[in-house]
Structure formats: structure tokens, C-alpha cells
Write a new protein. Sequence first.
Length: 296
Amino acid sequence: MPVLELPDVRINYVCLGPSEPPAGGDEPIVLLHGLASSLAFWYFRIAPALARCHRVVMLDLRGHGRSSMPPTGYAGAPMAGDLSALLDHLAIERAHIIGHSFGGNVALQFAYHHPDRTARLTLADVRVRSLQPKVDLQNWSIWPRYRSQLERIGIEVDEAAKEIGFEMFERLARLRLARPEDLQQLDPVAASPFSGGGGDAAARRWLELLETTAIRHELVDTISVRPEDLAVLAVPTLLVYGEYSHCLPTAHGLLRLLPDARLETVPGAGHFFPAKFPDRFVERVLTFTPDGCVPA
């Protein structure tokens, strides 16, 4: 796989589809995965479908996948800088930026600093801390069921924790390495990035990231985008969220603040719905593109 060498990080990336825009002038698509994941999140089902008539760029965020793991630089702004450098390297002037979960924060940061390079945004189940500082588990519709499943396999969650995501991912990563069969007992609506064939590698990578870098501090204590930043972001934006997502408060906040946004929910889906329902996600993305393929 090709890599981009930057002063403090090596970024692994993959391009699919036509190297030049087709006759219709379709915008390239950039896919940004979430925390503890990698470009494999998109690679097998979503990227090939989009690449039928779009140039598609996927990258491993710093510290993830096959990218290098520098000690710092894990807030949205440095990662948006990595993205900008990659687009320069690939001679891509403007693109449709798609981000899932934390990848959506990187996408928002990039769009705020580079609106001229952002043709449109698709934000899939993104939580923005300035709009949703804490996940309110008591108001998450599937939490009672999920909590009981976690307790059955020996995981107790501090519902008052400042950042529940790090605690949950760390425990699930350790569970994957110690007792992978227990993950099968969890509701698929609340899946984790440590499911599937690559789960062992993802779990080891995430634990190394937590133990050797400043990611926990940088992400918890840094606000990537503020409400006033969002209010001036005049980029066409598609918000796609699972019906049972714990990030729905962010979705409604973004819909209220972004000047040109629309919200769609995926019935019966949770946070990782692009992996579980890739066809539904691709259909929404292609419908959102003004001159792209008609969904198959």
C-alpha cells in the first residue's frame, strides 16, 4: 500500500476507482474511519461500490491501521492537517469528505479550515463534544439491555465517567484478546471495532495507542469544533445516524446549526451501521451526490 511521509507521521492510504474524474465531473470521495478502526472499515463493501464511478481515497488515521503511531497529534486539527497534506500529495483540489464517528470530527475540522476544498460532507454517527459533552447513558434507548449484557460478561461501566467511549473500548479490546467468544453475546446494534476477523489486531493496536501516546488526554480535553464554527460552515451536509445511536443529540445539534444540512436515520441500526448495513449507507451517499451513479 502507498504511504505519505510527513515530518511527524507516516500515513497509509489506498485509492480506488478512476484516477481522473469521469465525463460528469464527479468529485473524489474521501473516507475517514473512527477511533480504534482502520481503512478496512470501508475497504470491502463500501469503497468498491462508491468506486464504480468515483475516485475513492481511504486513509488510516495516525496511530491506526498501518499508519505510524507518533506520541502526539490525535486531536481533530492535526489529523485534518494530515488529510490536507494527503490531498495535496494526490493533487485533489476538492472532495466529498465522509467521516464515521471520530472521523466525522476530522471531516468537520477540515471543512472549517478548508471550505473551498470541501465539496460536501457526509457525517455518519458522529459525536461532537462541543454539542454533546457526555454520553447520557440513561437516555440512550438500548442502554438498559446493553448494560445487562455487559454485566453478564463481567464488564461494569461507570455511568458518570467523563468519557465513556475510552473506558468501553479499552474493556472491549481486552475482552477480545482474553475471551473473544464473550463478544458474541453482545447486542449487534451496539457492536465494537473489535468484532470480525481483524478484531485481535485492532484490539492490540488500540491498547498500544492508549498506553504509548497522548490520545486519551488530547481527545478528551480538546474541542475540535465549536458551535460558532459550525454555524458558518456553508457546505452541503448529509447527516446519517442509526435509529439506536447514542450520538443522536449531536445529530439534532448539527441539524440546528449547519446552514445546509439534512438528517436521515437508518432504522434498526446503531453506531456502526455502515459496516452492518453497507448497501443502505452507499445508497444514501450516492443519492446525496449531484452527478454520481444511480444507486444499484
